[in-house]
Design a binder for this molecule. Sequence first.
Ligand code: FES
Length: 588
Amino acid sequence: MSDDGSTNDNKKTLRSQKPLRSQAWFGRQDKMGFYYRSFLKNSGQPQDRFDGRPVIGICNTWSELTPCNIHFRDLAEHVRRGVLDAGGYPLEFPVSSLGEVTMRPTAMLYRNLASMDVEEAIRAHPLDGVVLLMGCDKTTPALLMGAASADLPAIGVSGGPQLRGNYRGQIIGSGTNIISMSEQLRAGEITMAEFHEAEAGMNRSSGSCMTMGTASTMASMVEALGIGLPENAAIPAVDARRNLLARMAGRRIVDMVNEDLKPSDILTREAFENAIRALAAIGGSTNAVVHLLAIAGRVGVELNLADFDRLGRDIHCLVDLMPSGRFLMEDFYYAGGLPAVLRALGERGLLNKDAVTANGRTIWENVATAPNWNAEVITPFETPFKPEAGIAILTGNLAPDGAVIKPSAASPELMQHTGRAVVFESVEEMHHGVNDETLDIDASCIMVLKHCGPKGYPGMAEVGNMPLPAKLLREGVRDMIRISDARMSGTAYGTVVLHVAPEATAGGPLALVQNGDLITLDVPARSLHLHVSEEEMAARRAAWVAPEPHATRGYQRLYIDHVLQADRGADFDFLVGRSGSPVPRDNH
Ligand code: FES
C-alpha cells in the first residue's frame, strides 16, 4: 500500500467552482443555520467545521449481526483521521448491514433495500462526498448501487479478508472447506468432533471470507472498477496496511469533492469492461454478474449477460485461489494482489487503460509497474492456473434469457453432457430428496431445482449448488450437473448452472421441466436444451398454475412485485437509474 495517499499529487488540486452542497445547510446565517450548526456542536465541533470545508459521510455497515464487518468501527476511525488530515469534516453514519450467514431467507433479499437506505441517507444529509465501508458480500453492491444513484463523490473501502483458516496444521478456506467437510461428514469420513474443531479454526480473525468468494470478488470489483484505491481487494483485514488504505481514502475523498469526481465519472462502460475481464482472471464469483448488472443499471451503462461471455472468453484464470485452487486471499496480497493481475491484462491489450480511478490516475498509471512476487499464486498468462475462465453464459429453450456457469469451478467431463432430469419443486423438497435412499437418481442424472429465483424464494438464495444425494456420495460421486434459478455461494464449486431466466416462479420454461426429461448442457456451445417438443411444452404451460406469492404485504411484497430477473441484475424496476443529489427542500 502506497502511503503517499495515492492521490493525484503531481497535479494541482483545484477546488470545484461549484458551491459545496453542505453549505446549503451550514453556510446559512439565519435561524436554520443556527439549527444545523448548533445541534452538531453537541459533539464539541468548533465553528470552523462549518466554514465551507468538504463534509464527508463515512457510510458504515458495522453490525454485530455482520461478523465480517465487526472491525468497521476501527476502520471508520482511520477514515476519519484521513478526512481530518485533508481538511474535511467527517460525519459517520450507519446504514443497513447485511450479514450473509445470519440473515434469512437470504441477505440478497435485502440488497436493494439497503441500497435505498444508502441512496436516501446520502441525499437527505449535508454531505459533499462519502466513503463507503463495505465487506460482507451484499454490503458492497448495496453501497455501490446507492452511491451510484445519489452520484456524489464516493470512494469504496473494503474491510479486507480474514487471515487463512487453520485446522490441524492445514490451511482451510471459508465456505469451500465448510462445503467439503460437511459432505465428508455426511459420507461418514470425519466425526462431529472434528467438524466442530474446524469451526473454531476457520474464522480466526475479523474480515470477510478469505477464499475468492463473493466478498473478495466484489472487493476486487471495487478496485477493478476504479471506485476504490489500488490494493483495496486483498490486504488482510488485520494488516496495518488496511488501516493505512482507509486513512488514504479519507484523505482522497476530500480531493475528490474538490475535483467533483463522481461515481458517474468513474463507473463508465470502460470501467465495467475492465471489471468483467478482471472477474474472469481471478476466477471470481458468479454473484458478481448479478451485482455488476445492477450497479451498471444505476449509472445508465448498457451492460448485458452477453458482455460477460464475450469479454471474459479470452481470459485465463490467473489466480490459484480457493474455491477453484489452493491459496487464499492473504497469499494473493503477498503475491501482488489485483494490481499484478490488472497489469497482466493490460500488457495483453485486455484493459481499458484510460479508465479514470478514484485516486485521480488512470487504471494503467496505477498498475503499469505492479510486481508479481509469487508466480504460483498469480500465474503467468502464458501458463495460467486454468486456461478456461470467465463466466459462461448459456442460452437455449430452458433459459431463453440466459443462465450462468463458472467453468473454472466445474468438472471438465461434465461440460458436454445429456442426462435425465431429477426435479425438485422447492428447496425443502430438495433437502428431503437428497437424503432419501429410494430417490431414483444416479451420477449421470441432472438435478433441477425450481422456485429459488428472485421472486420465487424470494430473494434468489444461494442454494444452486445442491448437496449431492447421500447414497451417491458414499459411492464416491463428487460432482453432478445441477440447474436452478438460484444463485451459488462464491465459495462453492461444481458443475452448477445458475440464474436461469426467466425463473420458474415467473413462468419460465424451468417451471415446466418434469422428472425424466432429457437435458443437454453444452458449455462450449453455450447451450442449455430441454428435449421436450414444443407441443408438449405448450400443453404443460396451459396446465401450469403460478404459485402463490410468499408474501402478501410489507417489504417482501414490494420485492416480489418489483424485482427484475437475474439477467437484469435483480434490481427493483423503480431503482434503475440515478437522479443525483440535489439539495432537498428545507424541513421548516
Ligand atoms: Fe461475510 Fe463471507 S459470510 S464475507
